[in-house]
Ligand binder design. Sequence first.
Ligand SMILES: Cc1ncc(COP(=O)(O)O)c(C=O)c1O
Length: 352
Amino acid sequence: MKPFFDLSVEEMKSYGYKIVDLIAEHYHELENKKPVTIASRQEMDSIFLQEAPEKGMPADKVLDFVMHKVIPNSNISSHPKAFSFVPGPSNFISTMADSLATGFNIFSGGWIVSPAAAELEIVIINWLLKMFNFPVKKGGGIFTSGGSMANLTALATARRIKCGNDFSKAVIYLSDQAHSSNIKAIRVLGFKKEQVKIIPTDLEFKIGINKLKNEIEKDQLEGKKPFCIIASAGTTNTGTVDPLDTLADICDKENLWYHIDGAYGGAAILSKKGSRTLQGIERADSLTVDPHKWFFQPYEIGCLLVKEASWLSNTFSEKPEYLRDIEGNESEINFYDYGIQLTRRFRALYVY
Ligand SMILES: Cc1ncc(COP(=O)(O)O)c(C=O)c1O
């Protein structure tokens, strides 16, 4: 077979069918496969490390190489026995939707470029808003590459809405069990170390409420500006859910932004027991959920939900001339106004 760019339609079809067969067989055989593979850098270098090739390789040869060398050297995190890491169960239909989204290379940034992609994102965000008892009319959200980007998007929004341009005195609170992506996000946003209060957890790994209240009071007395609490709805280490209602009461009383990181445990809302455990999640200003975990979607899809969609556009909207030219009416959402990415893949298609 010829190199990539010159394939005939028959060659493309036969190549694609081979890949679909391989994926279908993978799903069928999943339980019999070994979920974990370990390889050293030296072993991987010995297989893959080479100078960038001058000439293209026939597509069949590439596929053969991938199936023999790349796939077997990758863990299967969608394996039913993948207990050694955060599971990413995925599913076949969304895998095919992912292929369609990539195959048709649909730009999912602005309404005018692909209205159906924007509409599907609006529809699914509305489903999720309802699922978590967030207001559907006023509320909003955005799909991101994962939970980390959803947390970053949330904290950028929280800071913009609560602090405006001056965050020099702002303080943010989270427990010692909160996911590391929150700390990364805080660092990326340029907060200093002393603006971040890591609150020790109790014997059940829940955020220490008295310690939190004391810290907030102390910071207020020192003239600082407490502005945000991050709660965990399922910590990654133990699955512990922080006391969500109690934290919501504190945020109400102190006028703080309430962000809940539900990347790990949020999907439990779909079960009766889970929804009892997650009582209070609906009181968050912003909520991260992660469809590529317990919602059985392929990587990369995370999601941020917010109580007011305008908080996102007020934080992220930028209007260079060429984007002003393609503005529609307000109901036609441009998701590039709701987050950091301009060019975005069509993630909503996997979930739909
Ligand atoms: C609680 C929590 N938040 C955030 C993340 C980060 O999500 P992602 O890996 O999708 O960026 C994780 C990942 O395991 C998580 O468990």
